[in-house]
Ligand binder design. Structure first.
Ligand code: GLP
Length: 242
């Protein structure tokens, strides 16, 4: 695992956007796995700037979703499909035809999870999977004690994650769904390159457990230690307990 310490979130965003741009130059039809949350926003801003300036052509890129709330209509502004459309697809000039994600409104949620897991493999696999990290060490929505071999499946959110995510729902935890679909840790580990960005002191404990702790299901992100090509980018705050 490679750990890169950058001065701030903006520098982390620029660094990872450049890695994505390089990927698109090498493989224009690359499948980029994207994450939601506040942390990746500087990456998407920097990448969109590169696309607008003509420094990179992302017109053939494909984008894959990491996780999704169960039960939120796709057009709900906080469904991750809507969020990614707003924050990634539109700024990169891509349409929904370039996008793949699980159906959080399917009647057969388990079937939708299996179908999405299979679709990722059939699409040739994810080239670069971007990850954030929860304060409890979760990646995607794989909460602590998720199996390190897990596949895409339905999960129940912990109270802490619902509290953390209430800020996207007018601060009202009651509006945060209880259930989600997430790529499993085993699924995530199949991506060719994993890139985790963590910023701020609030992530320092989770980052220390990820990088220096044992590989253990209590810290799902520690599974990155098992991957042959994993990069952890942290600002000084998130690195403060290393
Ligand atoms: C959610 C997402 C994760 C993300 C995490 C951290 O739980 N499912 O993919 O990494 O939030 O979000 P933030 O970057 O806003 O701290």
């Amino acid at each position: 695992m490679e750990v890169v310490i950058v001065p701030d979130a903006e520098a982390g965003g620029a660094l990872i956007a450049e890695a994505m741009a390089e990927l698109f130059r090498r493989k224009p039809e690359a499948l980029l796995g994207v994450a939601t949350g506040s942390t990746p926003l500087p990456i998407y801003t920097a990448l969109a700037r590169q696309v607008r300036s003509g420094a990179v052509d992302a017109s053939r890129a494909r984008v894959a979703q990491l996780d999704e709330y169960v039960g939120l209509p796709a057009e709900h502004p906080e469904s991750y499909r809507s969020v990614l459309r707003r924050e990634v697809l539109e700024p990169l000039g891509l349409g929904l035809d370039a996008f793949m994600g699980p159906d959080g409104t399917a009647e057969d949620v388990a079937g939708a999870c299996e179908a999405y897991d299979r679709a990722l493999t059939e699409a040739g696999g994810v080239d670069l999977q971007l990850l954030g990290i929860g304060t409890d060490g979760h990646i995607g929505f794989n909460e602590p004690c998720s199996s390190l071999a897990s596949r895409t499946r339905i999960k129940t959110l912990t109270e802490q994650t619902r509290i953390d995510n209430a800020r996207f729902f007018d601060g009202d935890i009651e509006q945060v769904p209880h259930h989600v679909i997430t790529q499993g840790i085993g699924t995530i580990l199949e991506a060719r390159h994993l890139v985790l960005l963590a910023t701020g002191e609030g992530k320092a404990d989770a980052v220390a457990a990820t990088v220096e702790g044992p590989v253990a299901a209590v810290c799902p992100a520690s599974a990155l230690q098992l991957h042959p090509h994993a990069t952890v980018v942290v600002d000084e705050g998130a690195a403060s307990k290393l």
